[in-house]
Design a protein around this ligand. Structure first.
Ligand code: GTR
Length: 366
């Protein structure tokens, strides 16, 4: 891959070297990556940005069949998870929808902003018509999107005021996606080697974190995730969200340790390529929108290039891209890392869904 223009832009970012582990040890093979590099970057990101992973709880499950809908094309079940910890418990309803005409289907685990089915971000018919199933949860049923850690899952785990590497809300949403994976991988309707995680915006950050931590997910689609998601923080583009901006408005998404990097992203021992690289050698698709300046398209694109170093340890290309900076209409989905830049604003649109499904189908059929 010839990447001189792109490389120049990337060099300007001065990123921490992914292939240098603790005590300056260099990482040269996929075995060294798995033994040293991967655990090291995971530890850094948990300690400094997202917080510790809450321990696994095994829920009890209740299933309520919904009437066959969507022109008879889909079966729909409400699956309620009941988590119990000591005296406390919390119930989370999720929706499982899969094609009637297929015995097993590839699946999206979708952490969503909306509760109803279908909804503006969840085009059930397009998903079913493309042969996929979807297992979705409304994120605030997991825990609220604010600084209150006494409700939902957070209320089960966080007993005192948060400090240090106590996790933020993104980690709770992500934890739930992994519990949905526990369940879905036992269902015969799901092809368990073809389950991915998808989310938009703050939930695109959540999706990326989920796939980074849980290698049962064979792909991730991180839509318009921007700062603290797919976008590199160092050298951000004009108008892009900074670590200071996000920590001021949404400190509760992260662990308290992250706040020290406001205006100091250049001093952080990590950048967001460390997160994306943890997905290797699986598939990662990053979606951007032209008018979504806040999510910093160039920094999301450059991350795809930077993180590909780790895919190459697996003798995979990672991101396959011509030597040019991204422009509207670009759709690079042939590699293990994909990126598209569509027209329009910050949104999870049909266009994004169709591109992700095309990318995944191509990968599955290769
Ligand atoms: C913005 C936030 C972004 C993005 C977005 C969203 O206000 O600054 O990082 O996550 O919200 O989740 O809708």
């Amino acid at each position: 891959m010839k990447i001189s223009i792109v490389q120049k832009e990337l060099d300007r970012r001065n990123l921490p070297d992914l292939l240098v582990g603790p005590n300056h040890v260099s990482i040269n093979t996929k075995e060294e990556w798995e033994k040293v590099g991967r655990p090291y970057w995971k530890k850094v990101l948990l300690q400094e940005e997202y917080g510790k992973i809450p321990p696994v709880l095994n829920p009890t499950i209740a299933i309520k069949k919904q009437p066959i809908d969507f022109a008879g094309k889909a079966i729909w079940e409400e699956v309620t998870f009941n988590f119990q910890k000591g005296e406390k418990s919390h119930k989370i309803p999720t929706q499982l929808i899969y094609p009637t005409r297929k015995e097993v289907a590839p699946f999206f685990i979708f952490i969503n902003f909306c509760k109803e089915v279908p909804n503006k971000y969840l085009p059930i018919e397009e998903i079913i018509d493309n042969g996929f199933g979807v297992f979705t949860v409304f994120y605030e049923d997991v825990t609220s999107d604010d600084a209150d850690f006494s409700n939902g899952l957070a209320g089960l785990f966080q007993e005192t005021d948060r400090q240090g590497d106590d996790c933020g809300k993104i980690m709770y949403w992500s934890w739930m996606a992994s519990r949905m994976m526990d369940y879905l991988s036992m269902r015969r309707e799901a092809d368990k080697n073809k389950i991915g995680v998808v989310g938009h915006s703050r939930l695109g950050k959540t999706a990326l974190l989920t796939a980074a931590l849980d290698d049962r997910f064979c792909f991730v689609c991180s839509n318009n995730s921007g700062c603290s998601g797919a976008a590199l923080s160092r050298g951000r583009s004009e108008g892009g969200e900074s670590v200071r901006d996000i920590c001021r408005q949404f400190p509760y998404w992260f662990c308290p340790n992250y706040l020290q990097y406001a205006d100091k992203e250049n001093e952080a021992p990590f950048d967001q390529h460390c997160l994306l690289a943890l997905v290797a050698p699986r598939k990662a698709y990053i979606g951007a929108a032209l008018e979504d300046v806040w999510a910093d398209n160039l920094s999301q694109f450059l991350n795809c290039v930077a993180a590909s170093k780790v895919w190459r340890l697996y003798e995979k290309e990672g991101f396959e891209v011509p030597d040019d900076l991204p422009k509207c209409g670009d759709k690079f989905i042939d590699g293990d890392v994909g990126f598209h830049l569509r027209e329009g604003k910050h949104y999870f649109s049909r266009t994004d869904w169709l591109i992700y499904m095309e990318a995944i189908q191509n990968a599955i059929n290769k």
